[in-house]
Design a binder for this molecule. Structure first.
Ligand code: CP
Length: 311
């Protein structure tokens, strides 16, 4: 792969996105086996450095590294020397000095992963930086869609909910439009950032317009921890006006599938019957997250050296 770091989908070429998605297929076969281990990354070390909570991303990167026989180490900022005042750059240098080949970083600041690339020589993977990007989530979403639909080009994808705070929405917007999908976003006007049209999205302030004839529906978590006063009238009204329920889902195509990056606020942005229904791919997304992250770790680290030092 011609990149050293995975920071986002904005600057990733279609070729590189396709290469990751193509590699995730064989990786999924590995994790479907009884013995889920191959020696591919033996001798490599992967460090997960998380300044925000995570279940899926952190565990799946750690499992992905282990299934490829890399050594893993995890740092949760809240129980590290970060609480004594150590900076992000010093933390990166410290982890790199211990011999990590890859740092997987989640941080509340947009651009934190890119900042790390300037101060260490190791591969940096962005596992979510503020409201900016979450590239591996979008890649696993695209892989999940591809498994069911065999193509992304020409699909109508509806992304619903808290677009403003969603790094998942941004990465998906970049990736899905690059692969030829028609992306429709919908949410309360207060949760629709300006400039979405310039990124290629069709923007709606009611979910029905986005859902009409959709092939894929991505419901987003209402990021309660990032809400400022007054962005939504009340949780009950948010659910009534913007939540994904069976009645709204009926507007999508009969063969439409439902995704959610997790964690879900059940009964807020998505009803339990839709989340657990026959069209839901939410559990499959989690499985695919391991396969896609195996593909990313593999492609970033095999044949180290001689790469373009870009995104
Ligand atoms: N989708 C996602 O990033 O989930 P976690 O916060 O649990 O990693």
């Amino acid at each position: 792969m011609s990149i050293k770091h995975l920071l986002g989908l904005q600057h990733l070429s279609v070729n590189t996105i396709t290469q990751i998605l193509d590699t995730a297929g064989p990786m999924k076969q590995i994790i479907s086996r009884n013995l889920k281990k191959v020696p591919t990354l033996r001798g490599k070390a992967v460090a997960t450095v998380f300044y925000e909570p995570s279940t899926r991303t952190r565990m799946s990167f750690e499992l992905a590294a282990k299934y490829l026989s890399a050594d893993t180490v995890g740092l949760a900022a809240a129980s590290s020397s970060v609480v004594k005042g150590e900076t992000l750059i010093d933390t990166a240098r410290t982890v790199a000095a211990m011999g990590a080949d890859v740092i997987v970083l989640r941080h509340p600041m947009a651009g934190a992963a890119e900042l790390m690339t300037r101060y260490t020589d190791v591969h940096i993977v962005n596992a979510g930086d503020g409201m900016h990007e979450h590239p591996t989530q979008a890649l696993l979403d695209m892989f999940t869609i591809l498994e069911l639909k065999n193509t992304i080009s020409g699909l109508k994808v509806a992304i619903l909910g808290d677009i403003l705070h969603s790094r998942v929405a941004r990465s998906n917007l970049w990736g899905l439009t690059k692969l030829g999908a028609e992306v429709h976003v919908a949410g309360p006007p207060t949760l629709l950032p300006v400039g979405l049209q310039q990124l290629g999205a069709h923007v709606h302030d009611c979910p029905e317009a986005a859902l009409e004839g959709a092939d894929v529906v991505i419901a987003l978590r209402l990021q309660l921890e990032r809400q400022r006063q007054g962005l939504i009238p009340s949780l009950r009204e948010y659910t009534r006006l913007y939540g994904l329920n069976a009645e709204r889902l009926a507007l999508a195509r009969d063969d439409a599938v439902v995704l959610h990056p997790g964690p879900m606020n059940r009964g807020v942005e998505i009803t339990a019957d839709v989340a657990d229904g026959s069209r839901s791919l939410i559990a499959e997304q989690v499985t695919n997250g391991v396969a896609v992250r195996m593909a990313c770790l593999y492609l970033l680290t095999v044949g180290d050296g001689g790469r373009e030092d870009i995104n």
